[in-house]
Write a protein that binds this ligand. Structure first.
Ligand code: CP
Ligand code: NVA
Length: 304
């Protein structure tokens, strides 16, 4: 049995298998074919934070594959309140074939996985967002044709999305530059982990966004204040002024460069309308791909 609490758990070959399954299930879906690969299987989602894409894409993925899904807010499930995380994990995994968890703490997902009798998927924690990063690899491969040798420039906070992208890019031979203001880059602990667990990665940090995008195949951004950081909003908006992905910044990148964002976007802050709605933006293809990736991942974890 495998879990996906962090992308560090997958090798490059395994990531390639998941992406291959996602692509072929996407092709079938486009032709109107939805093979019932997970008939009778039950997916349970438990979320401590709000979600549109993740929750809806896992529900839709399970329906496409002939299975069913159920959702609990963490409060309703009593996660860590009414009973211990470990007891919830043991009980709910007895009713489920796969569990999808969105939490504040990464440790909670790891504790859950430790006790669960079925695979546990991280649907975002403060530290990681592996399903998003896998989807982003799929979208980059569709848009650029290949992964190895491409360069992704993440303009913004060294947050959960950026960290999972760094692992994903490192595994698949994609160079990544994080363009972030001082104090919002990857910390030493994460850089040490990358060096140990993803040897050969090409992840660099650059404070000047204009210099960073000069050789970008992809410019990526995310919110400046993540869920749970609402009280830091003003301070972060001040720190990140000058880091908006707008037309002027995009014009400094090579012509064929595409724009990505995991969404939801704070339009007018980390990205301008002109860029997110412009011809180089692939954000809605990327959002749709969350469902195709979820299907590929579920079949990889549970399929015959
Ligand atoms: N990108 C993403 O995970 O979106 P949600 O928070 O809406 O699930
Ligand atoms: N970094 C964002 C991603 C939302 C999908 C957050 O954690 O809120």
């Amino acid at each position: 049995m495998r879990h996906l609490t962090s992308l560090l758990e997958l090798t490059a070959e395994e990531i390639d298998e998941v992406l291959g399954l996602a692509s072929s299930l996407k092709e079938s879906a486009v032709e109107g074919v939805r093979p019932s690969r997970l008939a009778g299987r039950v997916l349970t989602q438990i979320f401590e934070k709000p979600s549109l894409r993740t929750r809806a894409s896992f529900d839709a993925a399970m329906a496409h594959l002939g299975g069913s899904s159920q959702f609990f807010s963490a409060k309703d499930a009593g996660l860590g309140g009414r009973e211990s995380v470990e007891d919830v994990a043991r009980v709910i995994s007895g009713y489920s074939d796969v569990l999808v968890l969105r939490t504040f703490s990464q440790t909670m997902i790891e504790r859950f996985a430790e006790m669960a009798s079925c695979p546990v998927i991280n649907a975002l924690s403060d530290d990681r967002h592996p399903c998003q990063a896998l989807t982003d690899l799929l979208t980059i491969r569709e848009t650029c044709g290949t992964l190895a040798g491409r360069r992704l420039v993440f303009v913004g906070d060294g947050n959960n999305v950026a960290r999972s992208l760094a692992i994903a890019c490192g595994r698949m031979g994609v160079s990544m530059t994080l363009a972030a203001p001082k104090g919002y880059e990857f910390d030493e602990e994460f850089l040490g982990l990358l060096a140990r667990e993803v040897p050969g990665h090409d992840v660099t940090i650059e404070s000047d966004p204009v210099a960073a995008v000069a050789t970008a195949d992809v410019i990526y951004t995310d919110v400046w204040a993540s869920m749970g950081q609402e009280s830091e909003k003003s301070e972060r908006e001040a720190a990140f002024s000058g880091y908006q992905v707008d037309g002027a910044l995009l014009s400094q990148a090579p012509e064929g460069c595409c724009f990505m964002h995991d969404l939801p976007a704070r339009r007018g802050l980390e990205v301008s309308d002109e860029v997110i709605d412009g011809p180089q933006s692939v954000v809605f293809q990327q959002a749709e791909n969350r469902m195709h990736l979820a299907k590929g991942l579920l079949v990889w974890l549970l399929g015959d």
